[in-house]
Design a protein. Structure first.
Length: 228
């Protein structure tokens, strides 16, 4: 556990925190998940070792990553679960509701729209779009599917913060262009292709096929080692 320091209670303290590296940002959701899972435990605190075990990293990594938030544990006590959860949520921008649009009402898009875990984390699906006339007008998880022809105006009207692309690869770049043109600055792309966006727009690519291919590599390596 790190050294004991006062809890930041003003914006001035937060501004003094160091810039957070991308690798640390990528691990913060892991820590947040671990903290939420531990929220119902008998004790209100977690040691760095306990948090590290839950998150699948080392205790040293925990201490280093959380130091970027200006938040250290109390020696001999650990990290206050409720306080640290709120602090990480604030740094991730999860202290306010984020409005999500899903573009592509196929199997994946529908599954994401119905996933209850989004609302529990502060994400609300406010729009679903598709180009298939047979799907337009139907309802998925209490959200009406709109035509992609109306996407630009509806994205602005519904104040969408994040767009999720679940279209076929051929349509993904066009969707991204429309989304960016409507003022959406964050995109999660599930289409199996690379999408280009202007500087200043954040995009994350999730290709399930690539992830399976990587797992196949490690499976083959394990099989080869076992055969020696």
């Amino acid at each position: 556990m790190g050294s004991e320091v006062p809890r930041p209670c003003t914006m001035r303290v937060m501004l003094r925190a160091r810039a957070i590296p991308q690798a640390t940002v990528a691990r913060l959701p892991l820590y947040l998940r671990a903290l939420r899972e531990a929220a119902g435990s008998a004790t209100p605190t977690l040691s760095s070792e306990e948090l590290a075990e839950r998150a699948g990293v080392t205790a040293a990594q925990i201490r280093k990553d959380l130091s970027y938030l200006g938040s250290y544990g109390t020696r001999g006590i650990g990290y206050d679960i409720e306080y640290l959860t709120k602090q990480i949520c604030r740094r991730l921008g999860l202290d306010e509701e984020l409005r999500v649009a899903i573009v592509g009402a196929g199997n994946l898009g529908v599954a994401l729209a119905r996933y209850g875990g989004f609302s529990n984390r502060g994400f609300r699906v406010v729009a679903i779009f598709d180009s298939d006339p047979a799907k337009v007008g139907t309802t998925v998880a209490d959200t009406k599917v709109s035509s992609t022809k109306d996407m630009s105006s509806l994205l602005s009207k519904r104040r969408v913060d994040i767009a999720v692309i679940t279209t076929p690869a051929a349509a993904a770049q066009w969707v991204a262009d429309v989304v960016v043109g409507a003022g959406v600055q964050s995109i999660l792309n599930f289409a199996p292709t690379t999408v280009s966006v202007p500087e200043g727009v954040s995009i994350r690519h999730v290709d399930l096929g690539i992830e399976l291919e990587i797992l196949s590599f490690y499976r083959r390596r394990v099989d080869a080692a076992a055969a020696v």
